[in-house]
Design a protein. Structure first.
Length: 355
């Protein structure tokens, strides 16, 4: 078996998760760590046993390039990687605008290579089990949902020059944090039809929002509320889906396993055995994501569901931002068809800070 050769571009905090996930596999090696800071790249390479470090992608064959850089550089970096014949695994958000995501997808298609956006909350045996129950109708028709991301990021976090600005980060806490749970909700319930949202600046000295609120209407008729916050001291990520037969609940922070999920039957009913979570457990996370994606890359096969629809959750965020700008609901159809909405992410943020 030929081992795949991978590069990690950007050696900040999230790169560690990629390096560890690849190191656990027997079909791939990270052969180079790349960072604009040569010393940081060298230190990362030494720490994770990577044979080479560099300040740019070196010449030579690479099978997969992992982009762990700020989102402003993703589109150009992905195009470069595709031109070299490599697949691309990119951290969220995949780019600053949907137009750039379209560029990345087109470049991958032209090269016959895949673009895999890391939405690791979709992974894990519990998520797969719940999705099967919903898809098979064993929980009845989904009716109502709630999706909350209550995180805490202080002023130090936003001191990084690329954070908290539309030009460099593309959005605020909705795009940077809440997108994970919004992505998981859409993964479970299908396509969103319409979003009515509002963005707020309650505490942080930034251009973008530190809180957002929204109502989402799905094509299936499910109605959901979504709140995202970067100012919540008790941090929690949660999803609740009420169906005809049960309530499905997930509560965690940055990752989940079976213990984080609960399925409650409707009053007067007992839970059938088919609702029981499988005996073998794999938690969500980068390990599970890489485990799902790498075999497809090696085989030249289609990406699995956990890496499908790379633009879907970003389109939901774009609709929320446009709704906040207009003070009106925005259809996802318009986001998919509008060059203006695909060309920029912006919102009219209501400033409610107090001195």
């Amino acid at each position: 078996m030929t081992r795949m050769r991978a590069a990690i571009v950007g050696t900040g905090d999230v790169a560690r998760l990629h390096a560890e996930a690849i190191a656990a596999r027997d079909d791939a090696d990270v052969v180079v760590a790349v960072d604009v800071d040569a010393d940081r790249a060298a230190a990362f390479a030494q720490k994770y046993g990577i044979p080479r470090s560099a300040t740019s992608l070196p010449d030579g064959h690479l099978d997969v390039v992992h982009l762990c850089t700020p989102p402003a550089g993703h589109a150009a970096q992905a195009e470069d990687a595709f031109a070299r014949g490599a697949h691309v695994v990119v951290e969220k958000p995949p780019a600053l605008t949907l137009h750039d995501v379209d560029r990345m997808i087109a470049a991958g298609d032209a090269a016959g290579r895949h673009l895999a956006v890391v939405f690791q909350q979709r992974t894990g045996t519990a998520t797969a089990h719940v999705k099967r129950l919903l898809d098979d109708g064993r929980l009845g028709r989904p009716l109502l949902a709630r999706c909350d991301t209550f995180w805490f990021r202080d002023d130090t976090y936003f001191a990084a020059p690329w954070r908290g600005t539309w030009a460099n980060e593309g959005g605020g806490t909705t795009l940077g944090h809440g997108i994970h749970q919004l992505d998981l909700l859409a993964y479970l319930l299908g396509e969103v039809d319409e979003v009515q949202g509002q963005t707020w600046r309650l505490a942080r000295d930034i251009e973008t929002e530190d809180v957002s609120t929204a109502v989402l209407r799905f094509e299936s008729g499910v109605v959901a509320t979504a709140m995202t916050s970067a100012v919540s001291p008790r941090q929690v990520s949660s999803i609740r889906v009420d169906t005809e037969l049960a309530t499905v609940e997930l509560e965690h922070l940055y990752g989940h396993g079976h213990a984080n999920w609960r399925i409650t039957p409707r009053p007067g009913a007992d839970a059938p055995s088919s609702w029981t979570f499988p005996a073998t457990e794999q938690p969500s996370g980068h390990d599970a994501y890489i485990d799902a994606v790498y075999p497809a890359l090696a085989a030249g096969a289609a990406l699995p569901d956990v890496a499908s629809a790379p633009a879907r959750s970003m389109e939901i965020v774009a609709a929320l931002y446009a709704s906040s700008e207009r003070s009106a609901a925005v259809a996802l159809r318009e986001v998919r068809e509008s060059s203006e909405l695909r060309g920029q992410m912006s919102a009219q943020v209501r400033d409610e800070r107090r001195s």
